[in-house]
Write a protein that binds this ligand. Structure first.
Ligand code: ADP
Ligand code: MG
Length: 694
C-alpha cells in the first residue's frame, strides 16, 4: 500500500537522500537529523523574501531587497591592516551604480567577471547618492532556475559544517523522494472543518512557498497537526487515569468549619471561593482534577491543608508532594502545628532519610496509621503504598512532569487530584500542560501586604546597599542574598554562594550572623541552617536558588539577588516572593551585571511590576519562547513548529478537535484515524508510560 511505502522512505537513513554521503551524514546526525522524515521536518526558522526587486536608483538606506545588475570590472582587494581584507565590486543597471563589499572572504576574488549578469540580495546603505551593499547573496543569471534568489528563501537552523545552501538542497532532494506520496494523518472531514490544507502541499510550502499565502496555509496546517497530536496524547494520559470510573464522594463535615474558625487569620475572599470549588469537586461523584493557580504569597498552602483536612475527616489518607526537601520540611512543620489539636497524624518522607526511618514511615502509611504523608519525589517510588488514599496534592506543579502527577495519583483508587502552582506560565503552555484540569485562581493577596519595592543596581552601589542591609538587620529584620551557582565556573564568572558567603560573613558583615544554604549541602545541614533562619538566629541567609520555591519566613524583608541577569524573570519573581510575606515593607535589590538593552529592559519589568502574569508574558516576549520554558522538562514531546507564544488560537482549535475525535472514537480505531493514532503513539509512547490508546 502507498502508505507503508512512503512510511518506509520516511524512516530511511539520511544517506538515502541525494547529496548526503557518509561524511555529511555524520554532521546531520550530530545535529539530530537521522532520517528522511527528520530532514523534511527540519523546519525553517525564518524566511527571506528575495523576490522583492528594485532598480538601483530606487534603493533606500536600510533596504533589504534584491536587484539585478552587470559586473562592471574586476573585484578589487584592499588590506588596510593585518588580518583584514576588503573586496569591492562595482555593479550597474540602467539607472545607477552600486558597490558590493565583502570582508575576509578570499574565495570571492575569483567569482565574478566583467560583463556578467547577477542578482544580488542584501542590506543596502545609501550615503548621499552612493550606494553600497555588504556581504550580499549573489546568483548568476544564466537562464537556469534561480535557487537562492528571486523567491521566498527559507532560513534554517544551521551549523558551521551544514550551511544554509547545503541544508536547502538536501531538503529539496528529500522532498522529491516523497513528493505527492505523503499520507495525510488528518482525515478529510477534519481538514474541511478546520480549513486545513493537505499534507503534501503543506510540507512543500513550509519549505519553499511560492507566496506568503501558501506559506501561511502550510504553517497553519502543520502547527494544527502538531498541537492536535499533542492534545490527543495528553488527553489519553488523563483518560487512563480516570478510566471512566467514579471518584470518591466525600461528605460535608462541620469539623472543617470549626478548623477554619480556629486559624490565626481569616481566609481571603479568593481563598474561600477556591475552597468552595474544591469542596464541590470533592463531594461530587467524579474525580477532581483541579489546578490552583495563585501568585507567590497568595496563600495556597492553607487551601491545600483544608482539602487534606476534609479528606482525612472523611476517613481517607492524603499526600502532599513538593519539589524540594526544604519545602517538604517547612510544610511538614507548619502542617504538624496546624493539625496538632485535630487528631491527625502527619509524616514526612524524603530521599535523604535513613532506610530505617523510611521503612517505619512506609509501614505506617500502608496500615493507615499516618493520615497525611508529605514528601518529595520519593513519594512516587513503588515502595510507597497507602491504605486508603483519597487525595493527592502537588505543590509547585510546574517543577514536576505530567507523568509524575499521574504516577502519584495511581497510588490510590481514583483519588481526587489537586495541583498548585505560582509560576505564572504563559496561557498557551497552561492550556497544553493543564488542559485536562479545571482551574481555580487565588487572585487576591492576604490583607496588609505592601508591594515589594524593587531596585536594579550595579556594583557601584555595593556600599550603600550593604549599609541598608545593616540597618534592616538592626531593626530586627532578616535578609536573603541569592546567587546563581554553587560552584564557580570560570567561564561564567558567576559568584559562588560559598565564596560569597565567606566574603560576606568575614568581611562585609563580620559582626552579624550569616548562614549559608545550597543544594550540595547535606540535608541535615540544610535543615539545621533553615531552622536557625526561621528561628531568627541567622540574620542574613546566603543561598543558591534552593530557596526559590515555597520558603516562607515572613520576618525576612530584604531580598538581594546577585547576577540577576542570569535568571529568568519568572524565577526572579519567585525568588522575590520570599519576601513581602508579612505586613512590613519589603525590598528586592537586583544586582544587574548585564550590559545589553534586553537585560536592562528585563530589570525594568521587575522594578515596575509585582504581577506574576504580566512578568511571565514580558519574559516570553523579551527572551523568545525557545529559551523560556523547555517543554521537555514536562515530559511532553518537543514542538518543532508550533510556537507557544503565537499559536494560542490554533491550540484552542486543536484542543476542540482532539476532544471531539476522542469522544467519537475513544481509541482511534477507525480507518480514518489510523494514521493519526500511529503518530500519537510514535510521539508519546517512549516519553510517557500509561498511554491509553493501545
Ligand atoms: P504561597 O501561595 O506562595 O504558597 P503561602 O501559602 O506560603 O503562599 O502563604 C504565604 C503567607 O501568608 C503565609 O505566612 C501564610 O500563613 C499567610 N496567609 C495565608 N493566608 C492568609 C490569610 N488569609 N490572611 C493572612 N495571612 C495568610
Ligand atoms: Mg507555596
Amino acid at each position: 500500500m502507498e502508505t507503508t511505502k512512503v512510511g518506509e522512505i520516511l524512516k530511511k537513513p539520511i544517506q538515502y537522500v541525494k547529496g548526503v554521503g557518509d561524511a555529511r551524514a555524520r554532521h546531520f546526525i550530530k545535529f539530530g537529523i537521522n532520517n528522511v522524515e527528520d530532514v523534511i521536518t527540519h523546519f525553517p526558522r525564518n524566511y527571506e523574501d528575495r523576490g522583492n526587486f528594485k532598480k538601483i536608483i530606487e534603493l533606500d538606506d536600510g533596504d533589504v531587497c534584491s536587484f539585478e545588475g552587470l559586473v562592471m570590472s574586476n573585484i578589487t582587494e584592499n588590506r588596510p591592516r593585518k588580518g583584514l581584507s576588503i573586496y569591492k565590486l562595482n555593479i550597474r543597471d540602467e539607472t545607477a551604480i552600486i558597490t558590493a563589499t565583502w570582508f575576509n572572504q578570499q574565495y570571492i576574488k575569483n567569482v565574478f567577471s566583467p560583463g556578467e549578469r547577477y542578482v544580488f540580495y542584501g542590506k543596502v546603505s545609501k550615503k548621499y547618492s552612493t550606494f553600497e551593499i555588504m556581504n550580499p547573496v549573489y546568483e548568476k543569471v544564466d537562464g537556469s532556475e534561480m535557487k537562492n534568489t528571486c523567491r521566498i528563501i527559507p532560513v534554517y537552523p544551521a551549523t558551521s559544517m551544514l550551511s544554509q545552501n547545503i541544508i536547502r538542497s538536501v531538503i529539496k532532494n528529500a522532498l522529491q523522494l516523497v513528493e505527492g506520496k505523503m499520507f495525510d494523518a488528518i482525515s478529510g472531514s477534519i481538514r474541511n472543518k478546520y480549513n486545513l490544507s493537505e499534507i503534501n502541499y503543506s510540507i512543500q510550502n513550509i519549505h519553499f512557498p511560492k507566496s506568503q499565502r501558501d506559506f501561511d496555509n502550510a504553517r497553519y496546517r502543520l502547527v494544527f497537526e502538531e498541537l492536535l497530536l499533542l492534545q490527543l496524547g495528553l488527553l489519553s494520559i488523563k483518560n487512563n487515569l480516570e478510566k471512566d470510573k467514579k471518584g470518591i464522594q466525600f461528605h460535608h463535615t462541620g469539623l472543617l468549619d470549626k478548623f477554619i474558625e480556629s486559624l490565626p487569620f481569616r481566609l481571603t475572599g479568593a481563598q474561600k471561593k477556591v475552597l468552595e470549588e474544591i469542596e464541590k469537586d470533592m463531594e461530587s461523584t467524579s474525580v477532581m482534577n483541579r489546578l490552583v493557580q495563585g501568585d507567590v504569597g497568595s496563600g495556597k498552602t492553607i487551601v491545600a491543608v483544608l482539602a487534606l483536612f476534609k479528606a482525612v475527616k472523611c476517613g481517607y489518607q492524603g499526600t502532599f508532594m513538593v519539589p524540594t526537601e526544604i519545602l517538604a520540611e517547612q510544610h511538614f512543620k507548619s502542617l504538624s502545628e496546624l493539625l496538632y489539636n485535630w487528631d491527625i497524624k502527619v509524616e514526612l518522607l524524603t530521599g535523604s532519610q535513613t532506610k530505617k526511618q523510611k521503612e517505619a514511615i512506609l509501614e505506617k502509611t500502608a496500615t493507615g496509621e499516618i493520615d497525611i504523608l508529605i514528601g518529595t519525589h520519593a513519594l512516587i517510588e513503588d515502595s510507597v503504598r497507602f491504605k486508603k488514599l483519597g487525595i493527592v496534592i502537588t505543590d509547585e506543579q510546574h517543577r514536576f512532569g505530567v507523568r509524575q502527577r499521574a504516577l502519584l495519583a495511581m497510588k490510590g483508587e481514583n483519588p481526587d487530584v489537586l495541583v498548585m502552582t505560582a509560576t505564572p506560565i504563559p496561557r498557551t503552555l497552561a492550556l497544553i500542560l493543564y488542559g485536562d484540569l479545571d482551574i481555580s485562581i487565588i487572585d487576591q493577596l492576604p490583607p496588609g501586604r505592601k508591594p515589594i519595592k524593587t531596585y536594579s543596581v550595579d556594583e557601584s552601589m555595593r556600599d550603600r546597599i550593604n549599609a541598608f542591609i545593616r540597618k534592616k538587620v538592626k531593626e530586627g529584620r532578616q535578609v536573603y542574598i541569592v546567587c546563581p551557582l554553587v560552584e564557580e565556573s570560570d567561564a561564567m564568572e558567576a559568584k559562588s554562594a560559598v565564596e560569597l558567603a565567606e566574603r560576606i560573613a568575614k568581611k562585609d558583615f563580620q559582626d552579624l550572623n550569616v548562614g549559608l544554604i545550597h543544594g550540595k549541602m547535606k540535608p541535615r545541614e540544610k535543615e539545621e541552617t533553615m531552622r536557625r533562619f526561621v528561628g531568627g538566629d541567622i540574620s542574613i541567609l546566603v543561598s543558591t536558588t534552593v530557596i526559590e520555591v515555597g520558603v516562607n519566613v515572613p520576618n525576612s524583608t530584604v531580598m538581594i539577588i546577585e547576577n540577576a541577569e542570569r535568571f529568568g524573570l519568572a524565577q526572579l519573581h519567585q525568588l522575590r516572593g520570599r519576601v513581602g510575606r508579612g505586613a512590613e515593607q519589603s525590598f528586592c535589590i537586583l544586582y544587574n551585571e548585564g550590559k545589553t538593552t534586553v537585560s536592562k529592559e528585563r530589570m525594568e519589568v521587575m522594578e515596575k511590576s509585582n504581577d506574576g502574569f504580566y512578568i511571565s508574558e514580558k519574559d516570553l516576549e523579551l527572551r523568545g519562547p525557545g529559551e523560556f520554558f523547555g517543554t521537555r522538562q514536562h515530559g511532553i514531546p518537543d514542538l518543532k513548529i508550533a510556537n507557544l507564544y503565537k499559536d494560542m488560537e490554533i491550540l484552542k482549535l486543536a484542543q476542540t478537535a482532539a476532544l471531539d475525535l476522542l469522544k467519537a472514537d475513544r481509541y482511534l480505531i477507525s480507518e480514518e484515524n489510523r494514521e493519526l493514532k500511529k503518530q500519537v503513539l510514535e510521539r508519546f509512547s517512549n516519553k510517557i508510560e500509561g498511554l491509553s490508546l493501545n
